[in-house]
Design a protein around this ligand. Structure first.
Ligand SMILES: [Zn+2]
Length: 343
């Protein structure tokens, strides 16, 4: 059942019919839809759901620079071509100005979002913006060369001003996390996030604004997908198993910590899959070409095989696809505990 592009209330009407636990894919951008390896996330989630008799919810980012809404039909067609049939698509475009306003106002009224004075560090164009003293990690780090912002080649300067921040993030029990490297990295990241107040307002233009106590604020674009687990839970599609990627460990932890802050039960398990590259020797590139050459069962199994490698990156080759048994689907519980799948 595809729900692409439908408004949230439609999604709600459809989804309450299911009354099931869900395997959720952390929202991803369709800009990667030309890469075969990208589909390992969906193939894995689909197989996990079939194994555990749960439904699937595939999250998609359409907002922002990386959104590429034009690529959505390509992605959806290819997911179908690969024999994967999600129960629902969750498009972050359902997080409209009105929905976000309601979300932020609710959290503000509950004291989970606060207006406080902070020393804010910012570059001239406003792309780089953070609370003074926070430790920058991952992609944010690459935005700065020393004190100079790469975006506009300007120094970041400090200013004392009112900002919207979250309440301090709580401590969190790590869900059952696979593979083991992801469990230790996520544990360390969650420890770093404990007590941190996330800056959610921005000085310069972003995608949405909110009004609080008569004043308008731009919101950090990440806030558009942080309510992913919350909204799914609210709409009776609780995500019990979260499928995510090795390159977004920090974002996954932010999502879990934010969800915990607002009182949403976290997933029972998190599956952190490798970034899967595909190396063609025979000139086959697209999922269409590969399915035609090897058939859908082999390609699906190869994608799941790569996902189960336990690595951060994995390179799939045509020879691996050709060696797959097309008659026996790879069983995810062989590597995970069955207890986890039936909670
Ligand atoms: Zn800048």
């Amino acid at each position: 059942m595809y729900v692409a592009g439908l408004a949230w209330n439609h999604f709600h009407r459809e989804i309450v019919m299911c009354n099931q636990d869900f395997v959720g894919v952390l929202p991803v951008s369709p800009m990667h839809s030309h890469k075969l390896g990208f589909y390992s996330l969906f193939a894995y989630a689909d197989r996990l759901a079939r194994t555990s008799a749960t439904e699937t919810l595939f999250g998609i980012n359409l907002h922002g620079k990386l959104g590429e809404p034009r690529m959505l039909p390509v992605l959806q067609n290819r997911v179908g071509l690969l024999g994967i049939s999600p129960t629902f698509w969750w498009l972050d475009s359902v997080m409209t100005q009105d929905v976000i306003q309601e979300v932020v106002q609710t959290l503000f009224d509950q004291g989970l979002i606060k207006k406080e004075r902070r020393q804010i560090m910012r570059c001239a164009c406003g792309n780089v913006e953070y609370v003074s003293g926070v430790v920058l990690r991952g992609t944010r780090k690459t935005l700065l060369k020393g004190e100079i912002a790469a975006c506009c080649n300007s120094p970041v300067t400090s200013s004392d001003e009112e900002a919207l921040v979250t309440a301090p993030l709580p401590s969190l029990t790590l869900p059952e996390t696979h593979p083991s490297w992801a469990a230790s990295e996520m544990r360390a990241e969650l420890d770093r996030l404990e007590g941190v107040q996330l800056l959610i307002s921005r000085k310069t233009r972003r995608i949405v604004t909110v009004r609080l106590e008569g004043r308008s604020w731009w919101l950090d674009n990440d806030f558009l997908w942080w309510p992913y687990l919350w909204k799914a839970y609210q709409e009776e599609a609780p995500i019990r198993h979260l499928v995510t990627g090795a390159s977004v460990v920090r974002q996954t932890c932010l999502l879990l910590a934010f969800s915990r802050l607002i009182g949403i039960p976290g997933p029972h398990s998190v599956h952190c899959l490798p970034k899967v590259h595909f190396k063609s020797v025979w000139g086959l590139e697209t999922p269409e070409q590969l399915v035609e050459r090897f058939d859908v069962s082999r390609v699906q199994n190869a994608l799941i095989w790569a996902a189960l490698s336990g690595r951060k990156e994995f390179t799939l080759q045509e020879t691996t696809i050709s060696c797959m048994n097309p008659y026996i689907p790879i069983d995810i519980p062989l590597l995970q505990s069955r207890r986890m799948l039936h909670v």
